[in-house]
Design a protein around this ligand. Structure first.
Ligand code: GLN
Ligand code: ZN
Length: 769
């Protein structure tokens, strides 16, 4: 291998492109189909049109090999389940009756049949449908979608590379089907699955694919030797096939670590590696295994999951090193561009001086092409782009938005002491109990009450100018009065204002913090037809004025009972936003924490005696590799404590988290040092109460007794039974009574009935103590 020939051949590619279209045409067509307004044929036409437009855009930008098969009407993991014939028994009839309706039935369920479970795609905010497998699963190849999309792209005269989820990752993402033993390991099905992949590869080969990409992101996680052996076996077998295209095994989201030597040795023609962020460790690891002689390397140097422009000089240096390590080096995004919005140039409301720092899918595509050109033909040829890139980076680095001296000084001065409450928990608890005078088993809610259509209309009318700020304010106040009146009447002990003013628990704060940007068109797929617009942490964070105090104090003015102040915690603010790449995450978290700390202190000064700081994203932000977790949890818990530790001992700090599993963050929950934590627990029959008790958790706990994910109203007996279960683990002095999560997605009738039952249950159990 000679580095000059590797350089001359360098080209640019991506692994996938955002699906929705400029005006979210795909979402509209799919939802229209569900509502019966769009025919199946029209939906297929829209989808084909969007694929064509994306390929054209990529090709016109100079991408030499476009991805195919990455497009999806719902989810690419579900598409893979269809491709390998892993249709759960309960969906088979629907799929046989109509493939498209059956597909959507698997995704969304029907009146009678539950959908597949949905969960987060690695550490992104995209959600996939979890394959359900068991010892009886019989795979069979259905390659129609992959072949059709490849054929479409080839018909346009393009070079195309089908992208599939690899067999090892597919099995590692699966879970035992209902009724199958929980310890069944889907990876045991590998030998049964490989022939299906062999068939798919042969079909794609005969349809004209020179290369096929098999995505194996599960190999960037900690894997057992048995799992690594399975990966070795899979690629030995697929590589040994005679009737197949060239194989490219792709990894992303982190370094390959111990999986790198396994894949480097496999008889495949190419690998794709991520070289951004922590995954840059791949560079040294690659050199250590002696590179990829005879292989093609896709070098993921353009970050596919952030919104920032690339640092061309840094990327070219990486690429230059890589040239000596593979036979052919192509420039790529670090992962599919699915995780970023379409086009930064559509953001007309963002100051052009800031917009020049942003790169969405379209800008990232252009960056990849520029880097490939620079690599292939010399940097002289891209001198103009390099100069512009240098100027844009300098503008970002030198901006007062990214370097606010006051924020920097304050953050640098933070001491360990600043992130500690002034008094140990037992003293705080005594002071809080004296101040609040609550009964045993106090009742409360998690914060939000139903976000009615009426409230959303009022917000839309404010935006379009149909009503003015004071009319909107009156509308919100009326809602707060209703929410307070209901809670008093129902007999709840610690009240909330109901969060009617919040469009979203992150966006509401992002809009008020300096350093945060909102986008107008920055939609990113969360799942299926659901798209979100995450705000962008662009600069140093400060809080020009209080964000929630007037609503909380208004609510408190209406009642003698304590009203809880309600904030979103720093880790969740980061997790559900695009984050900076020019400083460690921990630093961004600290800045957000300091801004929130001011809000906490202002709430206290305004008379608030109970303040809740929600951290539902604490666990989902855990790094993919176990070795990185301690570092993350250290800054994450510090940020929470920094937010909440400025208050007096008799001010009660609550936090809230909602997911089913807490086992791996029990220590972190303790490290938050919150006085009270409310958690999701109703569906898991209060398991978390046991787990916390076993771990010796010393503070107050509110395991949810009302599952808010369903419209079902829990009976008072049912809630009482859960409470008694909780009492087996947590003593009455430290047990709270509350729902699993906020009530914003629920309707008023069920909320009223459920909370009345919850209060009745608390009274009944309290009386029996
Ligand atoms: N306080 C928020 C609410 O009640 C918490 C939401 C959440 O945990 N996701 O809506
Ligand atoms: Zn919650």
């Amino acid at each position: 291998m000679t580095s000059t020939s590797a350089a001359a051949a360098a080209r640019g590619t991506v692994y996938g492109y955002p699906r929705p279209g400029r005006n979210r045409e795909l979402k509209k067509a799919i939802e229209g189909y569900w509502q019966g307004r769009v025919t199946a044929g029209a939906l297929r036409d829209t989808a084909a049109e969007l694929r064509r437009a994306n390929w054209r855009l990529l090709a016109d930008a100079g991408i030499h090999e476009v991805p195919t098969g990455d497009f999806s009407l719902y989810d690419h993991v579900l598409d893979t389940s269809v491709m390998v014939g892993a249709i759960p028994a309960r969906h088979r009839a629907a799929v046989e009756a109509d493939a498209l309706d059956g597909y959507f039935a698997m995704a969304r369920g029907t009146q009678d049949v539950a959908p597949l479970e949905m969960t987060k795609w690695f550490d992104t905010n995209y959600h996939y449908l979890v394959p359900e497998l068991g010892p009886d699963t019989a795979f069979s190849a259905d390659t129609a979608k992959q072949v059709a999309e490849l054929t479409e792209a080839l018909a346009l005269g393009l070079t195309a590379r089908p992208v599939l989820i690899g067999p090892v990752t597919y099995l590692l993402l699966a879970k035992p089907a209902p009724g199958v033993a929980a310890d069944f390991e889907p990876l045991a099905l590998l030998d049964r699955l490989l022939p299906v992949y062999a068939e798919a590869l042969a079909d794609l080969r005969s349809a004209g694919a020179e290369w096929v990409q098999l995505d194996e992101p599960a190999l960037v996680q900690d894997r057992t030797p048995a799992e690594l052996n399975a990966a070795a076996r899979a690629y030995r077998e697929l590589g040994g096939l005679t009737d197949r295209p060239k194989l490219l095994v792709a990894s992303y989201f982190d370094r390959l670590g111990e999986a790198l030597p396994v894949l480097a040795k496999a008889p495949v023609e190419g690998l794709a590696l991520d070289f951004t962020g922590a995954a840059a460790a791949n560079l040294g690891d690659l050199a250590a295994v002696g590179g990829l002689p005879g292989k093609r390397l896709l070098a993921g140097v353009v970050n596919g999951r952030n919104v920032w422009i690339n640092d061309f000089e840094k990327s070219l240096a990486t690429l230059g090193t890589l040239l000596g390590l593979a036979d052919r080096v192509d420039v790529a995004s670090s992962c599919s561009l699915l995780h970023v919005p379409l086009d930064a140039s559509a953001e007309r409301d963002i100051d052009p001086q800031i917009a020049r720092w942003l790169a969405f899918a379209r800008q990232k595509t252009a960056e990849i092409v520029t880097l490939a050109r620079g690599l292939a033909q010399g940097t002289d040829l891209i001198a103009a782009e390099l100069a512009a890139n240098r100027a844009d980076l300098a503008s970002r680095a030198g901006s007062v938005l990214t370097h606010d001296p006051a924020v920097r000084a304050r953050s640098a001065a933070v001491t360990d002491q600043d992130a500690r409450r002034s008094h140990p928990y037992p003293e705080r608890a005594a002071a809080q109990h004296a101040r609040l005078g609550l009964p045993l088993l106090p009742t409360t809610t998690i914060g939000s009450f139903p976000q009615t259509a009426d409230l959303r209309t009022a917000r839309a009318e404010l935006r379009t100018g149909r009503i003015d700020a004071s009319a909107y304010e009156e509308r919100i106040k009326a809602e707060i009065r209703d929410v307070l009146a209901f809670q008093e009447k129902a007999g709840i002990d610690v009240l909330v204002h109901g969060e009617p003013e919040r469009n979203d628990m992150v966006q509401y704060f992002a809009e008020q913090l300096t350093g945060y940007l909102a986008t107008q068109h920055g939609w990113v797929q969360s799942y299926g037809t659901r798209y979100v617009r995450p705000p962008i942490l662009a600069g140093d964070i400060s809080r020009p004025e209080p964000m929630t105090v007037r609503w909380t104090t208004y609510a408190q003015s209406l009642t003698d009972r304590p009203v809880k102040g309600m904030l979103t915690g720093p880790v969740t603010m980061l997790a559900w936003s695009f984050v900076r790449d020019d400083q460690p995450l921990g630093e961004t978290a600290r800045q957000v924490a300091l801004a929130l700390r001011d809000e906490v202190n202002d709430l206290e000064a305004a008379g608030t005696s109970v303040i809740q700081v929600d951290e539902p994203a604490l666990r989902e932000t855990l790094p993919l590799r176990g070795a990185d977790r301690a570092g993350y949890l250290a800054w994450a818990t510090e940020a929470f404590r920094l937010t909440t530790s400025g208050v007096r001992p008799d001010t009660q700090v609550h936090t809230h988290m909602c997911y089913a599993e807490f086992g791996d963050i029990l220590q972190a929950i303790d490290d938050l040092d919150a006085d009270v934590i409310s958690l999701e627990a109703a569906r898991s029959h209060m398991r978390v109460a046991d787990e916390l008790a076993t771990a010796g958790y010393p503070r107050e706990v509110g395991p949810g007794v009302y599952d808010i994910h369903s419209p079902r109203v829990p009976g008072a007996d049912e809630a009482a039974a859960l409470l008694r279960k909780g009492l087996e683990a947590i003593p009455a002095e430290r047990l709270w009574v509350n729902p699993d999560c906020g009530l914003k997605t629920r309707g008023w009738p069920e909320v009223r009935a459920s909370l009345e039952n919850l209060v009745a249950a608390a009274r009944e159990v309290r009386d029996g103590l």
